[in-house]
Design a protein around this ligand. Structure first.
Ligand SMILES: CC(C)(COP(=O)(O)OP(=O)(O)OC[C@H]1O[C@@H](n2cnc3c(N)ncnc32)[C@H](O)[C@@H]1OP(=O)(O)O)[C@@H](O)C(=O)NCCC(=O)NCCS
Length: 260
């Protein structure tokens, strides 16, 4: 039991840049409290204490703001970040390592008892703030659901789904069904450090400056040739006196500084 709690706490420390200590996570993270209470409720539900399971879930809802049906199956290292307003339905399944933000509903669209009405999330899925995933289909390993998306169809592993109704957008970093969950890095808020826009802009500028330096070197070579032939013909030297012919641009060093 304590090993599991330690792993729950560690996964929050790993994934939330705002989390500072074990004590803070233990005392101030409703997502953790909801998980611990859900395990009790789920045990009761599976052992025939249906009302007690519902009652624990109800108390947990009041205490944490997260409503998880005691029948829902939740894997290891699942993190409900901020967590308020989350609803997880009876037949929902959440795989290991998933991250679920505030306002998310894993809900159903049918009223038939005894059927799989709610979604199954694979491993390491990120469901962003306000998203609704509705129906008994699968969201594949490592998929990302955009904030406020309404997902009503299966999402392939590694894909990103956004919008209403959700559509799959092309992946920037080549994530696909072929990439196993363990090969993927966790990306808080659905982005990775490599996606940092300032860093991307710096890399773009360095590449551009480096290619311009190459072009300028070629131009100087051409100018010097022209100048040499002009001198030979007793014409005027066309290279300006103050031309900085030896100036170099340290593209590699700058690229290292921005983490390229
Ligand atoms: C879904 C998400 C992970 C996609 O990130 P990404 O792969 O970096 O995608 P981009 O930002 O490059 O956007 C790609 C396209 O999807 C669109 N898009 C991105 N997120 C969207 C969203 N939530 N709803 C609608 N469209 C969205 C972009 O406008 C862009 O469209 P375009 O190609 O027509 O310009 C990200 O947008 C997101 O929602 N992150 C979750 C943030 C969150 O919940 N934070 C909570 C913190 S408390």
């Amino acid at each position: 039991m304590f090993a599991r709690l330690r792993s729950d706490i560690q996964c929050i420390l790993d994934r939330d840049p705002a989390a500072r200590s074990t004590w803070e996570v233990l005392t101030c993270y409703p997502g953790l409290h909801a998980l611990v209470l859900h395990r009790r409720a789920h045990w009761c539900w599976n052992h025939g204490f249906k009302w007690l399971g519902r009652f624990i879930s109800h108390l947990s809802r009041g205490f944490t703001g997260i409503e998880i049906h005691p029948g829902a199956k939740i894997g290891e290292r699942v993190f409900f970040d901020h967590a308020m307003g989350v609803v997880v339905g009876e037949t929902a399944e959440i795989g290991d390592g998933c991250t679920i933000y505030q306002g998310v509903t894993l809900g159903g669209t049918s009223l038939y008892k005894g059927t799989k009405r709610h979604p199954t999330l694979g491993r390491d899925v990120v469901v962003s703030a306000g998203a609704k995933v509705l129906g008994g289909f699968v969201v594949g390993d490592g998929a990302k659901i955009g904030s406020n998306a309404v997902v009503i169809k299966p999402v392939p592993a590694g894909a990103t789904a956004v919008g209403i109704p959700a559509r799959i957008i092309p992946s920037k970093n080549g994530a696909s069904a072929d990439v196993t969950a363990s090969e993927r890095k966790f990306s808080a808020y659905g982005i990775t450090l490599e996606d940092d826009p300032l860093s991307q802009a710096m890399k773009g500028l360095i590449d551009h400056a480096s290619s311009q330096e190459h072009q300028i070197a070629l131009l100087w070579q051409a100018i010097e040739k022209l100048s040499a032939s002009a001198r030979a013909g007793a014409g005027a030297d066309c290279v300006p006196q103050d031309a900085a012919l030896s100036e170099t641009f340290e593209a590699e060093r700058l690229a290292q500084l921005v983490g390229k």
